[in-house]
Ligand binder design. Structure first.
Ligand SMILES: Cc1cc2nc3c(=O)[nH]c(=O)nc-3n(C[C@H](O)[C@H](O)[C@H](O)COP(=O)(O)O)c2cc1C
Length: 159
């Protein structure tokens, strides 16, 4: 029988399996940062848009407030270690591209990196944002889309 329960208990039962993404942002020094994101969604067909929800304390939040572009990366199934790195370390402390030995090349829009081993990548320009509690939802219009047919995408499962 369904009954009232705390959010952590109720949510932990239903939120996996899930797709997990990463967002590439640009740092003020011109280098790039990566953040792991479970909270993302497609929000418009025409023009195509994705929204990402980024915590106010994340370094990526500072980057997105400064440079209004991000690349939304759908990781390949062999990029689990990179997802862990991008989701546990801050770009304030380390260069995640170097630490993760990320192979990449410049995108078409703002030259933000496209990850060679990703399954898909979407180059986005931020068109609007909404504060949502302790996160900000950044809505990006997709300018260029990349697909890697040789790579299966990563699915985040229960252990
Ligand atoms: C599986 C997973 C999903 C995550 N999803 C989000 C998310 O949707 N939004 C967010 O702000 N942080 C999320 N995080 C936490 C950030 O990835 C983490 O705090 C990261 O170290 C922030 O990096 P930065 O300080 O370089 O921006 C997630 C972490 C993991 C491991």
């Amino acid at each position: 029988m369904i009954k009232i329960q705390g959010l952590p208990q109720a949510y932990s039962k239903v939120h996996l399996p899930s797709k997990v993404t990463m967002a590439v942002t640009q740092k003020p020094d011109g280098n790039y940062n990566l953040i792991t994101l479970e909270w993302f969604m497609r929000t418009s067909i025409d023009p195509p848009m994705f929204a990402i929800s980024v915590g106010h304390t994340r370094y990526s939040h500072d980057c997105l407030m400064d440079v209004r572009y991000f690349n939304l990366v759908f990781p390949g199934k062999d990029q689990k270690d990179l997802l862990s790195l991008a989701g546990s370390q801050s770009g304030r402390d380390i260069d995640k591209f170097t630490a993760g030995k990320v192979e990449h090349f410049p995108g078409k829009l703002r030259k933000l990196p496209i990850l060679k081993n990703a399954s898909a990548c979407f180059e986005c320009e931020i068109v609007t944002q909404v504060k949502s509690g302790d996160h900000t939802i950044f809505v990006g219009e997709v300018k260029y889309s990349w697909l890697n047919d040789d790579v299966d995408f990563f699915f985040y499962h229960k252990k």
